[in-house]
Every structure is written in structure tokens, then in C-alpha cells.
Unconditional design. Structure first.
Length: 243
């Protein structure tokens, strides 16, 4: 079922010109690369918690995000801590490692365009202090989807306002956004207000990714076209047009 709410805070590269591949493109396919160190059998001495963006949208050939540490391990000059990312089938699909001796141990989360999408989970595979004691580690749920695009254009003739919404989706094979049919809603915001309200919901763009709406209203309002979340893409609001 399509989720009928609109939220922000998605880690994504937007609809600007796609950046060229950087040196990090030479990084090997993500997976279990890090070898945890051998430690003593002493009980855990502290905690090591990872935080990462939990809503990620793939919208370019490669994307690198960075995790942050908190707890006992964060005070160590060399945290020596790692998390593997597993998908719903329990397969390891990526990792985040903090270890100066490891080539990719800078806490980066590298996502190529073909990174698996869906609900996934980072789980701890080792966190060690300089005295070889260990730390307990948290688990972090994340959801990776494709980036969507939403456009709006508007015109006015006397009291009639016409809105045109366009829906797009990122193609990992072509590295472009293509127009596609999707569910959306036209929203309005009165001048001076910060609250968006539904003008017309339950809309679907056609096979060209377009939908139009005309109605009579004499006052000036702000408008946007918004898309709902789907199993493969996040919800998204367009830029604002005023008529």
C-alpha cells in the first residue's frame, strides 16, 4: 500500500547535473571485507554506537555517506570497530569500518548505483579498545531506495489556475531520471502560512509522467506537486510555484 505521508531527511543527491565518477569508483564491490581483530575474552568494557542516515535514496552513480560513533569507542584515537550491513535475506551487502589500518576504515558507507534496495540492518561485528577490551555495539536499521523527481509548472488566466505535475525516477542503468507513471498530490499553501494542504490527492501521472489540474481561485497561493513513497522510491515534494 502506498504510504500517504510526506517526510524529509532523506540522504540523496538531487536532480542537479550528475557528478562524474571519482577515485572511489575503484573501490571493490561492497561486502564483508574487514577482518575483526583477535581479542581477549574479557567482558565488554563499554559501548560503541553507530549512527547513519536511515533513509537513503540512490540518485547518482555512486554515493558515499559517513557514519558517526558515540560511546566509549568514540574517545579512542583508533576505534577499531566494524558493522556489516545485511539485507532481508540475511546476506551481507555492505559495511562500515573505523580502523586506520584498513584501506576503507574511515567510517564511510559506499553505495554504488547497483546497491541493493530495501530494508536493511547494520549489526556490530567487533569493537576493540587499545587495552584489547571490547565494547557492545548497537544495530541500526536503514532503508535504501531509488531517488524520485517531482516537477511542477503553473499558469493563470483570469481566475483559472492550471497546474502541471511531472514524476520521475532515477535509472541505475542509464544514470538518468526518466518520466514514469506514479501516484501524487497537488498541494497549496496560503501566503504567509507554513502549512501545506491538499488541493487534489489520489492523482496518477500518465505514461509520460504528467498530470494536470485546472480550477478557479482568484487569490495568490503557493503550489507544489508531491509524490508518495513506493516500495522502491521515497516520497518527494517539488519546488514551489506561485500563482
Amino acid at each position: 500500500m502506498i504510504r500517504r505521508t510526506l517526510t524529509a531527511a532523506v540522504a540523496v543527491v538531487g536532480l542537479a547535473a550528475v557528478a562524474p565518477l571519482s577515485a572511489s569508483a575503484a573501490r571493490p564491490d561492497p561486502g564483508a571485507q574487514w577482518a575483526p581483530k583477535t581479542t581477549s575474552s574479557r567482558d565488554a568494557a563499554g559501548t560503541c554506537n553507530l549512527s547513519v542516515p536511515t533513509r537513503v535514496a540512490i540518485g547518482r552513480p555512486e554515493l558515499t555517506l559517513f557514519g558517526k560513533l558515540s560511546g566509549t569507542c568514540a574517545a579512542n584515537a583508533d576505534p577499531n570497530s566494524g558493522w556489516y550491513l545485511r539485507n532481508a535475506s540475511n546476506a551481507i551487502v555492505n559495511e562500515i569500518v573505523f580502523d586506520k589500518e584498513y584501506e576503507f576504515g574511515d567510517g564511510s558507507w559506499y553505495l554504488p548505483a547497483n546497491h541493493p534496495i530495501g530494508v536493511q540492518e547494520f549489526y556490530g561485528v567487533g569493537s576493540y579498545n587499545p587495552d584489547e577490551t571490547t565494547n557492545t555495539q548497537n544495530t541500526v536499521g536503514v532503508t535504501v531506495k531509488l531517488a524520485a523527481g517531482a516537477w511542477i509548472s503553473s499558469s493563470r488566466k483570469a481566475d483559472v489556475v492550471t497546474l502541471k505535475g511531472t514524476s520521475l525516477l532515477y535509472s541505475v542503468s542509464n544514470n538518468t531520471y526518466f518520466k514514469r507513471s506514479a501516484a501524487g498530490v497537488f498541494q497549496f499553501r496560503e501566503k504567509g502560512s507554513t502549512t501545506w494542504q491538499t488541493l487534489k490527492g489520489g492523482l496518477w501521472t500518465n505514461s509520460k509522467g504528467e498530470v494536470s489540474l485546472s480550477y478557479k481561485y482568484s487569490k495568490v497561493r503557493d503550489y507544489r506537486f508531491a509524490l508518495y513513497s513506493t516500495p522502491i522510491s521515497w516520497d518527494l515534494g517539488s519546488a514551489v510555484t506561485t500563482r
